[in-house]
Design a protein around this ligand. Structure first.
Ligand code: C2E
Ligand code: MG
Ligand code: MG
Ligand code: MG
Length: 282
């Protein structure tokens, strides 16, 4: 009877939950080792000026290549790094690497780098970032940091202090995944962003959905009114690109314009200026 009760009391996790947990524990251990061995590296995706038809910089996107050659996407390991207290170490490693890579780019190109939401509640973030830029010798005015709305909502007072530190040092701030949060507009009036990145879900559906088209139009108008540069993410189709250009969107990003690529591939464009002068868009 006791055995039977015991079995009933200790309810096993549902298989999917147990799998999920085991996966997390494994990833966490592997993650520590991967950071140490520098197996997590930034890939770079071009940011394209849709009016001048040229690359203005790259967004660094973390990629973890395991020993077996498989890639683990950031959506899987960034949350683990946050929960395991490894995000500071991981960010420092990635930013140092990205700035070092970007040193070899033409001077006018910017490096855009993603911050985790929880990092905006760390008052030392500004200092840490500036220390890395200083060590590497990469100028703050060529750095753009992408933050999401949820980051600011979590601890608004601290987020403001941290963002002010960064802005005062000459770093630009982009509001990433705009439109997916629940208080986008209040964030816009509470803080002065340099850039708004329209979430790719809007771009993906805006041709099939007439209202989405109007939403994008309104966001672009909002950007113009606020003096904020608008970037559209996730451009995959010529027709999407065309429509965004017609609407006067400033910057575009997406597989159509360039997929995230390792630095070796970016650096292979030895004829930078020629490459950038050549219209990317017909
Ligand atoms: P994000 O910052 O919004 O980055 C854009 C994501 O969209 C990237 O996914 C990129 O590869 C993907 N993407 C770009 N163009 C297209 C397209 O045309 N179609 C589609 N379907 N997707 C496109 P990725 O690299 O998997 O990164 C996912 C998220 O992980 C990022 O979203 C960012 O929030 C986070 N992340 C990436 N790297 C880092 C990092 O170094 N640190 C932190 N804290 N977060 C990072
Ligand atoms: Mg981003
Ligand atoms: Mg985004
Ligand atoms: Mg995103």
């Amino acid at each position: 009877v006791a055995k039977k009760q015991g079995r009933n009391l200790v309810k096993p996790f549902a298989p999917s939950m147990q799998d999920e947990l085991a996966k997390r524990v494994r990833i966490e251990g592997d993650l520590r080792a991967a950071i140490r061995k520098a197996e997590i590296v930034p890939y770079y995706q071009p940011l394209v000026d849709l009016k001048a038809n040229k690359i203005i910089g790259f967004e660094a996107l973390a990629r973890w290549k395991t020993a077996s050659g498989a890639f683990i996407p950031p959506s899987e390991f960034i949350p683990v790094a946050e929960e395991a207290g490894l995000i500071v170490e991981l960010t420092d490693h990635l930013l140092r690497r990205a700035c070092t890579d970007a040193l070899s780019w033409p001077n006018e190109l910017v490096l855009s780098f993603n911050l985790s939401p929880i990092q905006l509640s760390d008052r030392l973030l500004g200092l840490r970032i500036l220390k890395i830029l200083g060590d590497v010798g990469f100028p703050p005015h060529r750095v753009e940091l992408e933050v999401t709305e949820s980051a600011i909502i979590q601890d608004a007072a601290t987020a403001r202090i941290v963002l002010d530190d960064l802005v005062n040092a000459g770093i630009r701030i982009a509001l990433d995944d705009f439109g997916t949060g629940y208080s986008s507009l209040s964030q816009l009036s509470n803080y002065r962003f340099d850039k708004i990145k329209i979430d790719r879900s809007f771009v993906a559906s805006f041709e099939t959905n007439d209202k989405q088209d109007k939403v994008i139009k309104a966001i672009i108008a909002l950007g113009t009114g606020l003096g904020v540069t608008i970037t559209a993410e996730g451009i995959e189709e010529e027709s999407q690109l065309q429509r965004l250009q017609d609407l006067g969107c400033d910057i575009g990003q997406g597989y159509l314009l360039g997929r995230p690529a390792p630095i070796e591939e970016i650096a292979r464009r030895s004829r930078w200026h020629q490459d950038f002068a050549t219209p990317l868009i017909a």
